[in-house]
Design a protein around this ligand. Structure first.
Ligand SMILES: [Zn+2]
Ligand SMILES: [Zn+2]
Ligand SMILES: [Zn+2]
Length: 168
């Protein structure tokens, strides 16, 4: 897999140009609202971890996060950071991409839901599917086999719309 040079967070917008600052601002604002509504503490570390996960639309690995936080004075020993990640996952603010062992910001936080993703093998962006009806369909199919589904992941690999448009 080719790895493009590390771009500055703001510059690494996906192929489709957009002002990614808005994505980050929206995500942080949504998280603040959600935490206020649920009476949860949105600590500076939790906020910073969420911000880092949202630094692009590519999933971010735990080690990259640990690396970035190492020099920041937020009480960021690894266990604390893992707890912050757990908090963000439990509250539907980020998802874990299992196949990459990495994290991605949730594009529609607020209600508990499973993250179903389309992962582009070229640009590395992960796009969240609405997944309407998907988990119900899988749960029902599992039930017909007498299987009680508890959790599921769906990670579809391929080429995103923008990469399909861009000539190599
Ligand atoms: Zn964006
Ligand atoms: Zn989500
Ligand atoms: Zn792509």
């Amino acid at each position: 897999m080719k790895k493009p040079a590390k771009a500055a967070p703001a510059g690494q917008a996906p192929a489709h140009a957009h002002d990614h600052k808005h994505c980050v601002e929206d995500a942080l604002a949504a998280a603040e609202r959600l935490c206020a509504a649920k009476d949860l503490r949105f600590t500076p570390l939790r906020r910073r971890v969420l911000e880092l996960v949202w630094s692009s639309h590519k999933p971010v690995g735990a080690y990259a996060l640990l690396d970035k936080l190492r020099n920041e004075d937020l009480g960021s020993a690894p266990p604390t950071i893992y707890r912050a990640l757990d908090f963000l996952i439990e509250n539907g603010l980020i998802h874990r991409i299992e196949r990459m062992n990495a994290f991605i910001g949730c594009s529609h936080p607020g209600e508990a839901h499973r993250g179903f993703f389309l992962i582009c093998g070229d640009c590395g962006n992960a796009e969240e599917l609405d997944g309407d009806g998907l988990s119900e369909a899988i749960t029902a199919d599992a039930q017909r086999r007498g299987f009680a589904a508890r959790d599921m992941t769906l990670e579809v690999t391929g080429l995103c719309a923008d990469c399909r448009k861009t000539p190599a």
